[in-house]
Ligand binder design. Sequence first.
Ligand code: TXA
Ligand code: MG
Length: 302
Amino acid sequence: MTRVLPFDDETIAEAARLIADGQPVAVPTETVYGLAADATDGAAVARIYQAKGRPAFNPLIVHVPDLAAAERLAVFDDVSRGLAEAHWPGPLTLVLPARADNGIASLVTAGLPTLAIRVPAHPAMRALLAAVGKPLAAPSANASGRISPTRAEHVVASLDGRVPLVVDGGATEVGIESTIARVVDGRVEVLRLGSIELGALTGGEAIVAPGQMAAHYSPSKPLRLDVVAAGADEFLIGFGNVGGDETLSASGNPVEAAAKLYDLLHLADASGQARIAVAPVPDEGLGAAINDRLRRAATPTH
Ligand code: TXA
Ligand code: MG
């Protein structure tokens, strides 16, 4: 049975008890809900993979309270430190060389010599980090290959009975996962597009690394992109001028659209329509991150 409790001191204390006991707990971050466990406890991390049904070779992001805590786990070059100082707490994940004997369970990095770290901004995740006093490994709190959750209800729809507790902090603010970047020879490479734009990372000169899994954020129905007129069996997600059954943003605002993206994909997936269609979203700035997620959602996995 999965309990859903509102975010308050008592709930955080209960969540911290469960985590100390080796259980994963779902908790909101400013991006999406995460499924958090003690990153130093291999068995606890294994329970994350078990709950998500995630292939064990996909490494996890470690969440820490501040830059000092991050520097104890990984080696920062000057460019990475500058990025951290500019964007933490916030939706930026940095991939860095892991320090030897940093205590992080090897299952977290899936054996890689690098570690993905971020300092989250959401008060619930920050309260949990403070209460537990350990780094927390937390992938998005959805079954593997499904849409990331932006509300407690989404977590329950995907993982009911597979996690003991969901800390309900309402809808997340950003709505898409963190930007993932690493620095190679002083240059920033973006491994996953996110709400922090490339220009904001480098003053304009970031590289987008290829080779992420194409199919990842998948609804259970076929999805068509760049649609201006939907078919009779399609649930149309609108944007700007293109209305629809629901809209990402009637005014064409990409920040509003990112925040609503997964919500509307969940809604469309649960609707009576057989297919999902999405209006064109301009491929600039945050729009590029939205389109990246939509293309993955449109790639059939089942
Ligand atoms: O916004 C977010 O980042 C959310 C919240 C909960 O923090 N977390 C999240 O985690 O999206 P997850 O597990 O769904 O995505 C983690 C991504 C994966 O694509 C994984 O391959 C990549 O991070 N990753 C983790 N460690 C890595 C590493 N050492 N090198 C390269 N990529 C890594
Ligand atoms: Mg995920």
